[in-house]
Design a protein around this ligand. Structure first.
Ligand code: HBI
Ligand code: FE
Length: 286
């Protein structure tokens, strides 16, 4: 997280930079195409259908790194959102402010061949392939804006950490119920080949019904596959629970409750799948 709230010299006061699409190399476009092909082959049937529709509506099926100007013509027409380039992580309040204005900030750099399977910092493939397709879905688009507005309130109340957990377990690593099955929608999952398989198929992680306060208490790991996934009923339900929630009382309760550690289950949890945690245990033992 940025400690300093002044943007780097090449960035605007709101931290945006030009995407400078012309300057991407052949190799960088190829990297996008390889990542795209692997995910586009595997995701149908695993991801919510709205995600695949978003790729089509935005013509992201076209080869090469998307040009934000082209992307934004279609995205703005659909839901009024736009994508802007930033140098890397931006300060929390700037991030929330952009979301509240229907502006999604994206890194402009793409991972190197050595980082094909995994990198910790968000690159353009994670940010644009992972996050942008669902922004054409009107309810999801409203949720993201509501989240930004909630972030600005949380910042005034000193509750950013709690609200960031909500982002993590929905926007980044969320699952949604689809009848008896589960589907992916979190950007951190759908931009990762390994986690797109793990999150749905592996017996290791817990899969727990979404509960706003529970999620806001739950720590997360940023260095490996998640040990918990939270499952929403629908985007409508997620939006209703968050937009209509008066977070004031929830935050007051949270101040008196200890955080929940990553793999812990609570008696109040509605557990859809109790994980073996075998994956995390094997990693910890190695
Ligand atoms: N900056 N570029 C960028 N991308 C993010 O996802 C991001 C950020 N700054 C802050 C931030 N996320 C977090 O505060 C959110 O996870 C809540
Ligand atoms: Fe992300």
């Amino acid at each position: 997280m940025a400690k300093d709230d002044t943007p780097p010299p090449h960035a605007a006061p709101d931290w945006t930079i030009p995407q400078d699409w012309q300057s991407y190399s052949r190799q960088e476009h190829d990297m996008w195409d390889r990542l795209f092909a692997r995910q586009a082959d595997m995701l149908p049937g695993r991801v919510v259908p709205e995600f695949m529709e978003g790729l089509e509506v935005l013509r992201m099926t076209k080869q090469g790194i998307p040009d934000f100007d082209e992307l934004n013509e279609r995205l703005t027409k659909a839901t009024g959102w736009q994508v802007v380039a930033v140098p890397g992580l931006v300060p929390d309040e700037m991030f929330f402010e952009h979301l509240a204005n229907r502006c999604f900030v994206a890194g402009r750099f793409i991972r190197t061949p050595e980082q094909f399977d995994y990198l910790q910092e968000p690159d353009i493939f994670h940010d644009v392939f992972g996050h942008v397709p669902l922004l054409v879905h009107p309810v999801y688009a409203d949720y993201m804006q509501a989240y930004g507005e909630g972030g600005l309130r949380a910042a005034r109340l000193g509750m950013i950490k709690e609200l960031a957990r909500l982002y993590w377990y929905t926007v980044e690593f969320g699952l949604v119920r689809d009848g008896a099955a589960l589907k992916l929608y979190g950007a951190g999952i759908v931009s990762s080949y390994g986690e797109s398989l793990f999150a749905l198929d592996d017996p290791s992680p817990h899969r727990i019904a979404f509960d706003l306060q529970r999620v806001m208490r739950t720590n997360y790991r940023i260095d490996d596959y998640q040990q918990n996934y939270f499952v929403i009923d629908s985007f409508e339900d997620l939006l209703r629970q968050t937009r209509d929630a008066d977070f004031g009382p929830i935050y007051e309760q949270l101040r008196d409750l200890p955080p929940v550690e990553v793999a812990d289950l609570l008696p109040s949890d509605m557990v859809l799948h109790k994980g073996t945690q075998a994956y995390a245990k094997a990693k910890a033992a190695a």
